[in-house]
Design a binder for this molecule. Structure first.
Ligand code: IMP
Ligand code: MG
Length: 227
């Protein structure tokens, strides 16, 4: 699953757990999946347990860097809700069990930029009034996936208007070579090839958010739920 990226360790901490282009995923038959999606998926790409274990480590990296501060976690909906909930839970557990702690407030905004599996120029920000509360605050943006990087760059440049004290970005997934991707978050869960994935709150036209694992959608699934 993990690619040796030239460093002495197979997984670089900056790029997260690097999944190689040749990773075929796991056969659907060896995991429990909802029946209603059985024809719509190609494979289980990252099992739920691996996702949660990786988030535990991200939480501890975040604690090391910004422990003993008050932070505002800005969850980017809808795709970021599972990642954000698990990340906040792990940070809370670490805070409870150590000398250092992070006190947190959690806010939400909603961004929409995808139609089918394609990024569009049209970025909608819903709940922009939340951003005005971020002036002078330490902000941790929690996002599901960075593809072209367009969405995150637009959000960050928009946030500059509100003068936060510090902004860090955690993204569960970052896609390699997804067009003009020049944006790298501060914390990355997994680096993946440029493929479209669903599950663990990531959607395809609002479907598949209820899937436990991160999976690759099949051509049949793309066709079935296309708008
Ligand atoms: P970007 O602007 O291309 O970086 O796309 C970022 C946004 O598009 C993410 O916040 C997701 O909501 C959505 N997105 C990008 N790739 C995927 C994917 O593979 N599955 C589901 N959503 C995606
Ligand atoms: Mg998103």
């Amino acid at each position: 699953m993990c690619e040796n990226n030239g460093s002495s360790f197979p997984c670089s901490t900056h790029r997260g757990l690097v999944i190689s282009d040749t990773w075929p995923g796991y056969n659907l038959d060896v995991f429990s999946l909802p029946n209603h999606y059985c024809e719509d998926l190609e494979c289980v790409y990252i099992p739920h347990g691996v996702i949660v274990d990786r988030i535990e480590r991200l939480a501890s990296d975040i604690m090391k860097d910004i422990g003993d501060n008050h932070i505002t976690v800005l969850c980017v909906l809808k795709g970021g809700y599972k990642f954000c909930a698990d990340l906040v839970e792990h940070i809370k557990n670490l805070s409870r069990n150590s000398e250092r702690f992070i006190s947190m407030r959690v806010d939400f905004i909603r961004l929409r930029s995808y139609c089918n599996d394609k990024s569009t120029e049209d970025l909608q920000i819903i709940g922009e009034e939340e951003l005005s509360k971020l002036t002078g605050k330490n902000v941790l943006i929690v996002e599901d996936v960075i593809g072209t990087g367009r969405t995150m760059k637009a959000l960050l440049s928009h946030m500059e208007n509100y003068n936060p004290k510090m902004v860090k970005v955690a993204s569960l997934l970052v896609k390699r070579s997804a067009g003009n991707n020049t944006y790298s978050p501060d914390y990355t869960g997994f680096e993946i090839p440029n493929i479209f994935v669903v599950g663990y709150a990531l959607d395809y036209n609002e479907h598949f958010r209820d899937l436990h694992h991160i999976c690759v959608i099949s051509d049949k699934g793309k066709e079935k739920y296309k708008v």
